[in-house]
Write a protein that binds this ligand. Structure first.
Ligand SMILES: C[S@@+](CC[C@H](N)C(=O)[O-])C[C@H]1O[C@@H](n2cnc3c(N)ncnc32)[C@H](O)[C@@H]1O
Ligand SMILES: [Mg+2]
Length: 378
C-alpha cells in the first residue's frame, strides 16, 4: 500500500497521511525550494495557511494573497504579522506580505510582476463566467513565470466514502484528468506556457488507474517577459481592496542594519576587552609586578585572543591595547570578525554605520572602552 494512503476495506475509513491539504502545501514548498521565486501570489488563499508556511522560505521577498471572501482571510491573518523575534534579529532579506480582497475574474495592477502564482483548489469554486475570465487574468495579465493549479480529480471520487456528486457543496464542477488536461493544454497554448501534470494523494495499490486524488498542473512561461509585454495592458484602476499589509524588519533597511552592526561591534569589543584584561591580570600574577605600570604599556600578544570563536586571521599590528584607564580596540580588528564583515561589506561602511553611536579614539581608528566599568562589575 502506498505510504501516504491508508484505507480499510476500500469502502471504510480512508485517510491520507499527511492530510491531503498538507501534501498540496508541501508540493508548493518544494516548488519554491526548486525555483526560488522572490514574489509569490496565492489566489483563493482562504485562511492564509499556505502564505503563512511560505513566509519562512528565505528566498521570498513579496507574498500576496487574494480571496473573494474577506472574512475568511481575516480569520487568521494576524499569523502573517512579524513576531518580536523578527525585530530582535531582523532577517537579511526584506519581506512584505499583503492581502487583497477581490476576484480572480478581475485584473488589478497589484498582481503584476510575480514569479509564482498558486491556485490551490480554487478553479472548481469559480462560476462559469469567472472561469472564462480566469486564464486571461492569470496567464495573460499577471503572466508570472510559473502558475500552479490544483483541482480535484473526479476519477478518484468513487474511492472517497460519502461522495456522491461533488466533494464539496460549493464546487461548481469536478473534472476528470482528460477534462483538466484539455483545459490546461489549451490555456497553455493560448498564452505561451508549457504545462506538466502531476498530483498528490496516491491511489491505493491495484487502483492506480484512477490517478491522484488531487490533480495538479504546473505551467511554465516559455519566453521571458519583455518590458513591452509587461507594460502592454496595464489597467490604471485598482479594483482589489487591501485588507492587510506587513513590512518585516530587514537588514536591507539601513535603520535595522545600523542597530545590528552597532550591537555586534560593542559585543565584540567587550569580549576583546575582557580577554585583554584577563591576560593582563594573569601576567601580573605570574610576574608579581606593579599592574598599573604594566597596564599603561600593555600590548598583548595575539595569543590572548586566539580562542575567540569565528575570528579571522588578525595581523599583530591590529592588536588592541590598554592606555591608562582606556582599552583601545582597533576597528580593523573588529571588522575582521566574519559577522561584522558580512553585515558591513566594506570597512568604510562599518565606519559610517557606527559613527556617532560608538565611542571612538580621536583619530577614529579604534573603539574606546573604559577599564573602570570592568572593575565596577566585579
Ligand atoms: C477550497 S478554498 C481553497 C483555499 C486554499 N487555497 C487551500 O488550498 O487551502 C477556495 C477559496 O477560493 C476562494 N474563491 C472563490 N471564488 C473566488 C474568486 N472568484 N476569486 C478569488 N477567490 C475566490 C474562496 O473564497 C475560498 O477561500
Ligand atoms: Mg474545493
Amino acid at each position: 500500500m502506498d505510504k501516504n494512503f491508508q484505507e480499510e476495506q476500500f469502502t471504510g475509513i480512508m485517510k491520507f497521511t499527511p492530510p491531503l491539504y498538507k501534501q498540496r502545501y508541501q508540493f508548493i514548498k518544494d516548488l519554491v525550494g526548486k525555483y526560488k521565486p522572490k514574489k509569490v501570489a496565492d489566489l483563493g488563499c482562504a485562511d492564509c495557511t499556505l502564505l503563512w508556511m511560505l513566509k519562512f522560505c528565505s528566498c521570498i521577498e513579496v507574498l500576496a494573497g487574494l480571496d473573494i471572501c474577506a472574512s475568511v482571510m481575516k480569520e487568521k491573518m494576524h499569523r502573517l504579522s512579524p513576531l518580536p523575534v523578527d525585530y530582535l534579529q531582523p532577517a537579511e532579506r526584506s519581506l512584505t506580505v499583503t492581502l487583497h480582497h477581490g476576484s480572480v475574474a478581475h485584473k488589478d495592477p497589484c498582481m503584476l510582476g510575480f514569479d509564482l502564482v498558486t491556485c490551490i483548489e480554487l478553479i472548481e469554486h469559480l462560476e462559469e463566467s469567472e472561469l472564462k475570465k480566469f486564464p486571461e487574468v492569470v496567464f495573460g495579465f499577471m503572466a508570472p513565470s510559473i502558475v500552479v493549479i490544483s483541482t480535484p480529480n473526479s476519477e478518484f471520487n468513487p474511492l472517497l466514502p460519502g461522495v456522491t456528486l461533488f466533494r464539496h457543496p460549493d464546487h461548481k464542477f469536478e473534472w476528470n484528468r482528460a477534462q483538466f488536461q484539455s483545459w490546461a493544454l489549451e490555456t497553455a497554448r493560448c498564452y505561451d506556457y508549457s504545462v506538466e501534470f502531476t498530483g498528490v494523494g496516491h491511489p491505493p495499490t491495484g487502483m492506480e488507474n484512477v490517478g491522484f486524488c488531487t490533480q495538479i498542473g504546473v505551467f511554465v512561461r516559455k519566453y521571458p517577459q519583455t518590458s513591452e509585454s509587461a507594460q502592454s495592458e496595464k489597467p490604471t484602476e485598482a479594483v482589489y481592496k487591501t485588507v492587510f499589509k506587513a513590512v518585516y524588519p530587514s537588514l536591507k533597511d539601513e535603520k535595522y542594519l545600523q542597530n545590528a552592526v552597532v550591537s555586534e561591534v560593542i559585543f565584540r569589543a567587550q569580549i576583546i576587552k575582557r580577554s585583554l584584561l584577563d591576560c593582563l591580570m594573569s601576567e601580573h600574577e605570574e610576574y608579581n609586578d606593579d599592574p598599573t605600570e604594566r597596564k599603561s604599556k600593555f600590548q598583548p600578544s595575539m595569543n590572548c585572543f586566539s580562542e575567540d570563536l569565528g575570528k579571522l586571521v588578525v595581523e599583530k599590528s591590529m592588536g588592541p591595547f590598554v592606555d591608562g584607564n582606556m582599552v583601545y580596540i582597533p576597528l580593523k580588528t573588529i571588522f575582521s570578525f566574519p559577522k561584522v564583515n558580512r553585515l558591513c561589506g566594506t570597512f568604510e561602511k562599518l565606519c559610517k554605520l557606527i559613527a556617532g553611536k560608538v565611542t571612538l579614539s580621536s583619530d577614529g581608528s579604534a573603539v574606546m572602552l573604559n577599564t573602570e566599568h570592568e572593575n565596577e562589575e566585579n
